[in-house]
Write a protein of this length. Structure first.
Length: 207
């Protein structure tokens, strides 16, 4: 059996060049755990077009967030709001979605657009709102209403809320009443999604 070679490039146009000593060993540890594997890790500025021409797979730096969360070196509570959005985007990529992160604003709008082709159904578009909350705070009905309105405006298949804490009873009831259009991920479901990130997926993801 041939050995697999993985190239890890930090895409500076999207995330910034990964600073020395800020987590590369964690990623290498992850790649080396996928046997048989020979990992080549490169930390250089590179454009996406250059990488594609060279046949290089690009791995998002947010992989490191997931690795640290899996190994309990990091807790959801420690993430900044933008890191939380990048975490959710990375989980979606791992599930085979084509993902677009929106601009870095805190205006309460949609954070992520995710497209995927479902066999026998065709292309679907989902809009995702990632809410990093302080412990003890919950996502309320107002946020779910805004998500529902945005889903309708974009004609998306589904609107999904992901929170680092939980949803209020009213928010849960609204999601349940529109179960074909809305979905919610609370902390326990999110932690399970993180735990399963490695299973059944490629360890190279495009950014």
């Amino acid at each position: 059996m041939g050995r697999i070679k993985d190239y890890l490039i930090w895409h500076h146009n999207t995330y910034g060049v990964e600073p020395e000593g800020s987590g590369l060993p964690h990623v290498q540890e992850y790649l080396l755990s996928l046997k048989p594997v020979q990992s080549v890790i490169v930390s250089i500025p590179v454009t996406l077009a250059e990488a594609q021409r060279a046949g290089i797979d690009i791995v998002s730096p947010s992989v490191r967030l997931i690795l640290d969360l899996q190994a309990q070196r990091l807790k959801l509570e420690n993430l900044a709001w933008r890191q939380f959005e990048e975490l959710v985007a990375e989980l979606l990529r791992g599930d085979g979605y084509t993902v677009q992160l929106t601009k870095k604003t805190r205006d309460g709008g949609v954070d992520i657009l995710a497209e995927k082709c479902i066999p026998k159904m065709g292309m679907i578009l989902s809009v995702w709102q990632a809410k990093k909350m302080q412990e003890g705070n919950k996502v309320g009905l107002r946020v779910i209403r805004e998500l529902a309105d945005t889903r309708n405006q974009l004609k998306a298949s589904k609107g999904v809320i992901v929170t680092s804490t939980s949803l209020t009873r009213d928010a849960i009831q609204r999601i349940q009443s529109d179960k074909y259009l809305l979905e919610g991920f609370q902390k326990p479901e999110l932690l399970e999604w993180i735990r399963q990130y490695r299973q059944g997926r490629s360890h190279t993801v495009m950014v």
